[in-house]
Design a protein around this ligand. Structure first.
Ligand code: FAD
Length: 379
C-alpha cells in the first residue's frame, strides 16, 4: 500500500509488524465450523494486541486513531498473508452506521464484543428478488403495541449462521414508497421465528446463509435511525464498504499478489510471466486508487461516485490474480492432493474470486454508476 508515514506512524507500523511476525501459516480447514473457530481465535489475538478496530473511539474498544493507522494495520496483515478478519461485515461495514445512529449505551454494549469477534454481526439486506434493486425489498415490519413483527426472507447473508446480531432492512411503508418506505433494525439472531439455513457455495464452504423471518417479534429498541430512514443507514454502510472495507480487501489482495509472485518464481513459460506482470500492474493501479481512498478519508471527506471504479478494480484484480495462479498451476490446480494446504488455498480463492464482481454491488451496476455519474451518459 502506498502510505507515506511520519515517525509515529512508522513506529505504529513496527508495532503491527511485531504482531504479524508471530503469525503461523493458516492451516487447512476440514469444515466450515473449524474454519470459523480458527478465524475467531485469530481475531481474539488481533483484539488482544489492540489492533482489531484502531480507528474506533477509545470508549468503544478502539484506539481513536485515523484511517491511516487503520490502513497500516490492513497493509501489514496483507503483507504477512494473515488470515482474513471474520467479523469484517460488522467492523468495517456495520459499525460505521452504528456510530452514527446508535446511542452511547448501545455502542458500549455492541462494539467491544464486535471488535473481539465474541459476537459476529451480519448484514440482512439482499432478498431473492431484491439484490441490485435493493429498494424493491419486501421483508415486512409491522408495528405492534410492544414493538415490531417481521415476516419475510433474506439471502446471501455472510456468516449469518454464526451471527449474534444482524442489521436488517425491512419495509415499513408501501412497495410504491420504494427506498423511502424502508427502516433499519438491529436484531438479535436468537429471537424465536428466525430460521438460518447455510448455503454451500462452489468453494465447498457455507460462508453465507438464507434467513427466514416468521412472525419475529422485535422490541421498539430494535429500530435503528428513524422510521422510514433505513435507506440513509444503508448509505452509510455502502460508503463504508467503499472506504474502510476497500482498503482491507486491497491489502488482502496485495498479500495474494506476493503469493502469486512466489508461485511464479522459476516459471520459464513466457506467457505465464507476462500474465504475472499484468496482475502486478493491475495491483499497482489498485494501490494508487486505495491511496486516494485513504487520503479522502483522512481529509474527512465523503467517498464519491468514483468509488465505483475502486470496486471495479478490486474485482478485476482479484479475478486476475487467482486466474493467473490457476494458469501457472495448470493440471496441478485441477488434479491435486486435497491435503496440500497451499494448492487448496489457491483453488478455493480462485473459485471465491468469481464472487468479487457480485458482492457489494455487481460490476455491471458499478459500470452504470461510472457511465451515468462520472461520464454523464444518459441512463
Ligand atoms: C460472497 C457474497 C457475499 C454477500 N454477502 C451479503 C451480505 O452479507 N448481506 C447481503 O445483504 N447481501 C450479500 N450479498 C448479496 C449481494 O449484495 C448481491 O448478490 C448483489 O447485490 C447482486 O444482487 P443479486 O445477486 O440479487 O443479483 P441481481 O440484482 O438479480 O443481478 C443479476 C444480474 O443482473 C445484472 N443487473 C441487475 N440490474 C442491472 C442494471 N440495472 N443494469 C445492468 N445490469 C444489471 C447484475 O449485474 C447481475 O449480473 C453477497 C453476495 C456474495 C456473492
Amino acid at each position: 500500500m502506498r502510505l507515506s508515514l511520519n515517525e509515529d506512524q512508522q513506529q505504529f507500523r513496527e508495532e503491527v509488524r511485531a504482531f504479524t511476525s508471530q503469525l503461523e501459516p493458516e492451516p487447512l480447514h476440514h469444515s466450515v465450523d473449524e474454519q470459523f473457530k480458527y478465524l475467531v481465535d485469530f481475531e481474539h489475538r488481533l483484539h488482544d494486541a489492540g489492533l482489531a478496530a484502531v480507528a474506533w473511539p477509545t470508549e468503544y474498544g478502539g484506539r481513536g486513531m485515523s484511517p491511516l493507522e487503520y490502513a497500516i494495520v490492513c497493509d501489514e496483515l496483507g503483507r504477512a498473508e494473515a488470515p482474513e478478519v471474520i467479523n469484517f461485515v460488522g467492523i468495517d461495514v456495520i459499525a460505521p452506521a452504528l456510530l452514527v445512529y446508535a446511542d452511547a449505551e448501545q455502542l458500549a454494549t455492541w462494539l467491544p464484543l464486535m471488535a473481539s469477534a465474541e459476537e459476529i454481526w451480519c448484514q440482512l439486506f439482499s432478498e431473492p428478488d431484491a439484490g441490485s434493486d435493493l429498494a424493491s425489498l419486501r421483508t415486512r415490519a409491522e408495528k405492534t403495541d410492544a414493538g415490531w413483527t417481521i415476516n419475510g426472507q433474506k439471502v446471501w447473508s455472510t456468516w449469518a449462521q454464526f451471527a449474534t446480531w444482524g442489521l436488517l432492512l425491512a419495509r415499513t411503508g408501501t412497495a410504491e414508497d420504494r427506498h423511502r418506505g424502508i427502516t433499519a433494525f438491529v436484531i438479535d439472531m436468537a429471537t424465536p421465528g428466525i430460521d438460518v439455513r447455510p448455503l454451500t457455495t462452489m468453494t465447498g464452504s457455507a460462508e453465507f446463509a438464507e434467513v427466514f423471518f416468521d412472525n419475529v417479534e422485535l422490541p421498539d429498541t430494535a429500530l435503528l435511525g428513524e422510521l422510514g430512514g433505513g435507506w440513509q443507514v444503508a448509505q452509510v454502510m455502502l460508503t463504508a464498504e467503499r472506504g474502510p472495507y476497500a482498503i482491507r480487501r486491497s491489502a488482502v489482495l496485495r498479500g495474494a499478489m506476493t503469493g502469486l509472485q512466489r508461485l511464479a518464481t522459476g516459471t520459464a513459460d513466457p506467457l505465464a510471466r507476462q500474465r504475472v506482470a499484468e496482475a502486478t500492474i493491475a495491483m499497482e493501479l489498485l494501490d494508487l486508487r486505495i491511496a486516494d481512498v485513504v487520503a479522502t478519508l483522512r481529509r474527512g471527506e465523503e467517498i464519491g461516485a468514483d468509488s465505483a471504479l475502486t470496486k471495479l478494480f478490486l474485482g478485476q484484480v482479484e479475478q486476475t490474480i487467482f486466474s493467473v495462479a490457476m494458469e501457472i498451476l495448470g493440471m496441478g490446480g485441477i488434479a491435486y492432493d486435497s491435503h496440500d494446504a497451499a494448492v487448496v488455498a489457491w483453488v478455493e480463492r480462485y473459485l471465491y474470486s468469481r464472487a468479487s464482481s457480485i458482492y457489494g454491488g455487481t460490476a455491471q451496476i458499478q459500470r452504470n454508476i461510472v457511465g451515468e455519474r462520472l461520464l454523464g451518459l444518459p441512463r
